[in-house]
Design a binder for this molecule. Sequence first.
Ligand SMILES: C[S@@+](CC[C@H](N)C(=O)[O-])C[C@H]1O[C@@H](n2cnc3c(N)ncnc32)[C@H](O)[C@@H]1O
Length: 208
Amino acid sequence: MSSDAADAYERHAAGFLAARDHSSVGSKVVARWAQTLPAGASTIELGCGGGLPISKTLIDAGLNLHAVDSSPSLCAIFQTRFPDVPLQCARVEQSDCFGRQFHAVVAIGLIFLLPESDQQRLIRKVATLVEAGGRFLFTAPLETGEWSDANTSITCRSPGQDHYVSGLRAAGFARLAVLKMLAPTTTMTLCGQAELLCPASGAMRTTA
Ligand SMILES: C[S@@+](CC[C@H](N)C(=O)[O-])C[C@H]1O[C@@H](n2cnc3c(N)ncnc32)[C@H](O)[C@@H]1O
C-alpha cells in the first residue's frame, strides 16, 4: 500500500492539529451514532489523529475505545490526551489491530486518503475486525472524483457511492446507510454506516 498519506500527515502533524483541535466537524454525527451502540461497546478507531474531536466523542459516549494511527507525532499527542486508550502507532494496512475483533470500527477522514485499490483492501480488513452484527462508520464522499487534501495537499480519491456500496456488500456488510455530516451544499462530507451480518452457515451473506 502507498505510504503517501501516512508520511504526509506525519510531516504536517502540527498544522493538522492546529486546525483540527478547534474543529467540531463530524463530532455531532459520531455522537448520535455512538448512542445507537450497546453501552461500553468495544470500538476501534482507525486514523485517530490527535483524538480531538472524534476520539473524545467516542470516549464521552462510554465506548471502550482502542485506536490506531500511523503518525508518531499525532500518536504522541493522542497518548498524552488519552493515556488509558490502547493505541497502536502503525499504518492500518500493517497493524494487527490488537489481534482481536470489535463491535464497532470508526474511520473518519481516512479511507479516501488511500489509493483506490487500497481503499477496497481496507474495507475487507475492516470486515475481519468487526464482530458479527457489529458496525462500521466511515467518511467518504458520495461523489466520484479527486481533490487536494486541505491538510497535506496530497491527492485524495473517491470512487463514489456505488463503488463503496458494492465494496462493502462484497465484504459482507449490509444495512448500509448514509448519514449527512455537514450542510447539503458541502460535498465530500458524508458518513457511511454499515453493519456486518452474522454468517448464516460459515459463509458471509449480504442483504439489500
Ligand atoms: C484527516 S486525518 C483524520 C484524523 C481523525 N480521524 C480526525 O477526524 O480528526 C487522517 C488521519 O489518518 C492518519 N493516517 C493516514 N494514513 C494512514 C494509514 N495508512 N494508517 C493509519 N493512519 C493513517 C493520519 O496520520 C491522520 O491522523
